[in-house]
Design a protein around this ligand. Structure first.
Ligand SMILES: *[C@@H]1O[C@H](CO)[C@@H](O)[C@H](O)[C@H]1NC(C)=O
Ligand SMILES: *[C@@H]1O[C@H](CO)[C@@H](O)[C@H](O)[C@H]1NC(C)=O
Ligand SMILES: *[C@@H]1O[C@H](CO)[C@@H](O)[C@H](O)[C@H]1NC(C)=O
Ligand SMILES: *[C@@H]1O[C@H](CO)[C@@H](O)[C@H](O)[C@H]1NC(C)=O
Ligand SMILES: *[C@@H]1O[C@H](CO)[C@@H](O)[C@H](O)[C@H]1NC(C)=O
Ligand SMILES: *[C@@H]1O[C@H](CO)[C@@H](O)[C@H](O)[C@H]1NC(C)=O
Ligand SMILES: *[C@@H]1O[C@H](CO)[C@@H](O)[C@H](O)[C@H]1NC(C)=O
Length: 264
């Protein structure tokens, strides 16, 4: 038997491994969507400083510019903050919390084309007073959405109620430099609570809920079997939180600080 022939079969597994690790596994569309998303922001490494008003323990070691490791031509499934489906190569998780991103989150942002996303965390970045686009409702597979402390203001789009698989939703502490907030209207609130029936964690601290009356608030009792954490501090809410909400059977965390009228 030829020695080259034997070597070939001995080394074959190595060649297969080597070639598969250098080719990109990540879905092609998702790769370019992520790169365009990255390029639409600047990196500002002093963001942590302005966030210390809410989280005094933050320092620059809590933050890292995760998108700096994202390079065209490499497998996006290996990029920091990115999780892929191991079979399809679609991006299903994106954790860019505390990533020093600064700039506008435009309605045409390519982030809204990542339809397979199940987890999206953009918390603790600075979207500089952008409003949340109604395109967020396209991400119907989301189970976890965290946009806490990211400088978003204005109306929460009604399409957020399309996210019927949500287990956790955190829109807390969104203000711009003029102290404008996010707002939720009664219609959007009602549709969200009625459609996202598996919600376990809801954080709306700082969201303007002044138009949400007592009857809309008490829709939360519909979530009684799932809700374990409810945080509605500083929401300007007028309605009394009825005793049936305060006694939700699975509620372990309830935060209402900063509301004059909440709690009856
Ligand atoms: C990535 O590289 C490819 C091939 O060089 C190029 O066609 C594409 O436009 C690049 N994508 C981005 C988002 O830069
Ligand atoms: C970084 O962000 C801070 C806080 O928003 C701002 O004051 C500063 O001008 C920004 N730096 C750059 C280089 O844009
Ligand atoms: C998205 O919209 C913004 C503002 O309207 C514009 O400046 C930008 O070029 C658009 N980006 C793309 C990729 O179309
Ligand atoms: C959202 O992300 C921030 C920053 O990582 C974290 O402190 C917060 O607990 C998260 N919210 C939820 C509901 O997990
Ligand atoms: C409820 O969620 C489903 C699934 O995403 C969606 O098709 C429907 O439009 C949503 N209903 C409302 C009122 O948002
Ligand atoms: C929510 O609760 C209200 C009042 O208890 C009830 O009328 C409504 O049918 C419930 N909706 C859902 C989707 O369970
Ligand atoms: C809330 O309930 C308390 C006690 O039940 C009552 O005194 C108060 O007037 C109520 N507030 C509103 C805004 O309904």
């Amino acid at each position: 038997m030829n020695i080259n022939y034997i070597l070939f079969w001995l080394l074959l597994p190595y060649f297969i491994l080597a070639s598969s690790s250098s080719s990109s596994f990540c879905n092609h569309h998702d790769t370019s969507a992520l790169l365009l998303f990255k390029n639409s922001f600047t990196l500002n490494t002093s963001l942590y400083y302005s966030f210390r008003y809410h989280y005094w323990w933050l320092d620059d070691s809590s933050f890292s510019s995760k998108t700096e490791s994202w390079k065209n031509g490499t497998d996006c499934c290996e990029w920091e903050g990115v999780t892929c489906d191991t079979i399809s190569g679609h991006v299903i998780g994106l954790d860019l919390s505390c990533s020093n991103l600064q700039g506008q989150l435009h309605p045409n942002s390519t982030i809204f084309s990542l339809r397979h996303l199940q987890q999206l965390n953009l918390a603790f970045n600075d979207f500089s007073g952008s409003s949340l686009s109604s395109a967020i409702g396209d991400l119907v597979n989301l189970m976890h959405l965290n946009l806490s402390l990211s400088g978003l203001i204005g109306d929460i789009p009604s399409t957020i109620s399309h996210l019927s698989k949500l287990l956790s939703l955190d829109l807390s502490f969104n203000y711009d430099y003029n102290y404008q907030r996010m707002r939720v209207d009664p219609y959007t609130w009602k549709k969200l609570i009625q459609n996202a029936t598996n919600l376990r964690e809801l954080s709306f601290d700082g969201v303007d809920m002044s138009s949400i009356g007592e009857s809309s608030l008490s829709l939360l009792t519909n979530l009684s079997s799932s809700l374990i954490s409810l945080s509605l501090g500083d929401t300007k809410s007028q309605g009394n939180l009825s005793s049936d909400i305060l006694s939700l059977p699975n509620l372990q965390i309830l935060s209402l600080s900063g509301n004059e009228d909440l709690g009856g």
